[in-house]
Ligand binder design. Structure first.
Ligand code: GLN
Length: 214
């Protein structure tokens, strides 16, 4: 089953995501306009700068189509700035706020881990991805400080005097506070591809059923 996954390509680390997906045999499309969403099986919102990305998305008429994508239950994965865009609530935003796409029932703290020079790498325990710890690169990273009841926590880390959540899944939405596309570990991309495949399989099954009843 050939998959096509779009990567929002307004700003930030989209090329790195595409390279990972190509290694896994997935076709990619760079999404800059609403019409680029047509025919995609899944979508990635990369890391970068969420305020800029939100403003550019607004200018290009992408905010409403992206909201519709999430509401329709289609697979979407936000990394770092992308995770901020997907959150229903964000704290530590720039004055005047920023456009959010929303859908993910969490509160993110935008620059929780500090500034650029406080960026760091660590290894996370992620039972969903297997025994081996996962290398994670945090760059001016956000953290999830509140998780809604339908949100599954996939990874936690010690924050500033408390544990914070850095990876979650809520049905069709995957979110990671760090940058898996900057490592050599393909497991996060594999997990997202599995979500996309499951969704596509369900769609084709429904189509078959519809044809049978026609
Ligand atoms: N904290 C940044 C923001 O607000 C995100 C940083 C990143 O994506 N590496 O957009």
């Amino acid at each position: 089953m050939a998959l096509t996954i779009g990567v929002l390509a307004l700003q930030g680390a989209f090329i790195e995501h595409e390279a990972m997906l190509h290694r896994l045999g997935v076709r990619t499309v760079e999404v800059r306009k609403p019409e680029h969403l047509a025919g995609l099986d899944g979508l990635i919102l990369p890391g970068g700068e969420s305020t800029t990305m939100g403003l550019v998305a607004e200018r290009w008429g992408l905010v409403a189509p992206l909201k519709a994508w999430v509401q329709a239950g289609k697979p979407i994965w936000g990394t770092c700035a992308g995770m901020i865009l997907l959150a229903n609530r964000a704290i530590g935003q720039k004055a005047g706020g920023q456009p959010l796409i929303g859908g993910l029932d969490v509160t993110v703290s935008r620059n929780y881990f500090g500034r650029q020079n406080e960026s760091f790498e660590t290894f996370l325990r992620v039972p969903r991805l297997g025994e081996e710890p996962v290398r994670a690169v945090f760059i001016r990273a956000p953290a999830i400080v509140e998780v809604g009841s339908d949100v599954e926590t996939l990874a936690r880390i010690a924050g500033r005097g408390e544990e914070v959540v850095v990876a979650v899944q809520q049905v069709n939405i995957l979110a990671t506070a760090f940058h898996p596309e900057l490592t050599d570990d393909l497991r996060w991309h594999q997990l997202f591809i599995e979500m996309v495949e499951a969704q596509k399989g369900r769609g084709e099954l429904n189509l078959e059923r519809a044809e049978q009843t026609c």
